[in-house]
Design a protein around this ligand. Structure first.
Ligand code: PXL
Length: 273
């Protein structure tokens, strides 16, 4: 690939090991030139008891226009948490005008986990995420996000039939390839279900604890990094899942707000070889 330059659009949570503070180091470790477009700046992510929030929606068209004037383009755009539903129109416009031919649109509809929307989001936000997913080449929802996107009620424990019902509903709504995360259909496991446009494949691994904050962003960033290093959808999802497990294992129990992914970057680099 001549221009392997990725743009990732998500918030800067100054403290909290999520979104851009995770995506930028992970994508860089994957040897990808990474441009960032911060959707908002928060003191820390919204799972803390208090946070500040500075909305950068109005900056988006200005930044896009500067890039356009200078002929800057990207081989992939990967989006995560957007702080405002009005950003979806700007993101679509960036994807429409700054992506190279055959550029890849990867959308992590980061808005919910464990059956609940993140603080500050509502049904209107879900509707705009649906709009964004409709334009994507690859979507990376977790089970909760898949439920919100499809209207299927959330279940805490589930079987293959439920997973395939979710994937079926997602593929009816969107033309994107699907990487569904948090999928454990065997006791004590979690993992991913991948729909590549034809078949569904599963990759399961051991489930550690009840789920750690920020793992969705670690997974999505490592997936994007591996996929843009010419790994297949399944290979990239396996690498991202294995890397996420290593990060959880490297995190001490008292470290609640994120995972210690930094210690595991050498292993990610190794996995890409
Ligand atoms: O990791 C997802 C995420 C990203 N950004 C912000 C968040 C969260 C999850 O809570 O609050 C600001």
């Amino acid at each position: 690939m001549n221009n392997n330059k990725i743009l990732t659009i998500q918030d800067v949570s100054c403290v909290g090991q999520c979104s851009l503070t995770v995506a930028l180091p992970i994508l860089s470790a994957c040897s990808l030139e990474t441009a960032i477009l911060p959707s908002s700046v928060l003191s820390n992510h919204t799972a803390f008891s208090e946070f500040t929030f500075c909305d950068l929606t109005d900056e988006m068209p200005k930044i896009m226009s500067a890039w356009k004037n200078q002929g800057i383009s990207f081989s992939a755009v990967y989006t995560g948490y957007l702080g405002n539903l009005n950003q979806v129109a700007h993101v679509k416009s960036i994807m429409g005008s700054l992506l190279d031919e055959n550029g890849v649109k990867i959308v992590d509809p980061a808005m919910a986990d464990s059956g609940k929307l993140y603080t500050g989001f509502d049904d209107a936000y879900v509707e705009s995420m649906k709009e964004l997913c409709a334009t994507a080449d690859i979507i990376l929802p977790n089970i909760t996000e898949a439920c919100l996107l499809t209207g299927i009620p959330y279940k805490n424990s589930f079987d293959k039939q439920y997973v395939e019902e979710l994937i079926g509903a997602l593929k009816n709504l969107f033309s994107a390839k699907i990487v569904l995360t948090g999928v454990g259909v065997t006791e004590g496991t979690t993992g991913v279900a991948i729909y590549d446009g034809a078949n569904i494949e599963y990759y399961e691994h051991i489930k550690i604890g009840l789920g750690s904050h920020g793992t969705g962003d670690v997974f999505a960033s490592a997936f994007t990094g591996a996929y843009m290093n010419s790994k297949s959808l399944l290979e990239a999802a396996k690498i991202a899942a294995d890397f996420t497990v290593l990060c959880i294992k490297a995190t001490t129990k008292d470290h609640w707000y994120g995972v210690s992914f930094e210690k595991c970057l050498p292993e990610l680099i190794e996995m890409l070889k």
